[in-house]
Write a protein that binds this ligand. Structure first.
Ligand SMILES: [Mn+2]
Length: 359
């Protein structure tokens, strides 16, 4: 910024200033930079929308300062309408093993401060091309799963009045069911591409139908999914029974296992996925445990032999031109994380999804 470049104090030599003067001036400059920094979305002149409000410029407001929203994007109430919104869903009462995904949204937001404006993989500046915003967190009852599911569905439906698409930050995988209900209400049945080490189409746990291992059986039963146009990617050892896959096919899914990816390559897997979804609207649900624990240790049910973060990126870029209507990234459990590995992986994936929304 140059608007205070003509300030008389700027022209005094640094040697003349006392330490106190310099300190005060630095503080004043910093405050002014925060107040007047051009959002990255407005700074660019690449033919993008002029009225898009983006994050503060990290060359003027350090990444570790500024708003606590995802990527320091504006809050939803700071923009009149968002093309896509990030929604935190801090709920993990459907977890079967290690809990803690209720702290996933704040970990992902904390990891997102490092994101920069240009997405190299898709050659786009997401902050500039479309209006993005952070819609905050859903308040979901941690002691009553049924009520929480209803609250998440209601929150998503309300949000759709102000944002066209949602990327949800889980939370455990239970939250995908109410999110799919809300998406179904807008566009009808969707082709679900489900990245996960697990099928999540089991019937019940301990007799309970709404858990993080059952959302997609419920979704299929409720008619939320385009039957026979859905797929799991990244399924691997260990599974309860061979018959799980028979049930799964009947519910409308094909499976691309990590061994399929390792043996046949990502391009062949992408061909299968694209053929599978056809021309249907696509919803992408990503359980962070699809990644190998080396890449994402901070999760509830880690399984060795998973995808690398880079392989998942290649999958997402290969799906970018499909009509993706919504997405979620779930099961980030920061208590089991190390050096933000999982949070940073999740952050980069959310960034990929927002970039896909610009396509
Ligand atoms: Mn899952």
């Amino acid at each position: 910024m140059t608007e205070h470049g003509g300030d008389e104090r700027e022209e005094r030599s640094r040697e003349e200033r006392s330490w106190r003067e310099r300190s005060e001036l630095a503080s004043e400059r910093s405050e002014r930079a925060v107040a007047s920094a051009p959002p990255e979305g407005e700074r660019e002149s690449t033919g993008a929308a002029i009225n898009v409000l983006g994050p503060p410029d990290a060359r003027q407001v350090p990444r570790f300062a500024g708003p606590g929203t995802f990527a320091r994007l504006p809050r939803l109430d700071e923009v009149s309408h968002a093309d896509a919104a990030v929604l935190g869903v801090p709920f993990d009462s459907g977890t079967s093993y290690r809990p803690g995904a209720r702290f996933g949204p704040e970990a992902i937001r904390a990891g997102s401060k490092l994101l920069r404006p240009y997405h190299l993989g898709l050659e786009v500046e997401p902050w500039t091309v479309i209006q993005l915003a952070d819609a905050g967190d859903v308040s979901a009852n941690p002691f009553n799963i049924m009520e929480a599911v209803s609250q998440i569905e209601a929150a998503a439906n309300t949000l759709y009045g102000k944002a066209d698409r949602i990327v949800a930050l889980g939370g455990d995988h239970t939250v995908a069911l109410p999110l799919l209900r809300a998406v179904h209400g807008r566009v009808g049945p969707v082709a679900l591409i489900h990245f996960d080490a697990h099928l999540d189409t089991w019937d019940t746990y301990f007799g309970m139908p709404y858990t993080h291992g059952t959302p997609f059986r419920r979704a299929s039963e409720e008619g939320l999914l385009a039957l026979d146009h859905c797929a799991h990617v990244g399924v691997r050892n260990s599974v309860y029974a061979r018959t799980d896959f028979d049930d799964d096919r009947r519910l409308g899914f094909a499976t691309v296992s990590t061994l399929d990816v390792a043996r046949g390559g990502i391009d062949a897997a992408l061909d299968r996925l694209r053929e599978r979804v056809g021309s249907h609207a696509v919803y992408i649900s990503i359980d962070i445990d699809v990644l190998d624990p080396a890449h994402a240790p901070g999760t509830g049910t880690p399984e060795p032999g998973g995808l690398t973060t880079r392989e998942l990126q290649l999958f997402l870029y290969g799906l970018a031109d499909l009509p993706v209507v919504g997405a979620d990234v779930v099961e980030v459990s920061p208590a089991y994380d190390h050096a933000q590995l999982t949070a940073l992986a999740a952050t980069s994936i959310v960034y990929d999804l927002l970039a896909i929304f610009t396509q």
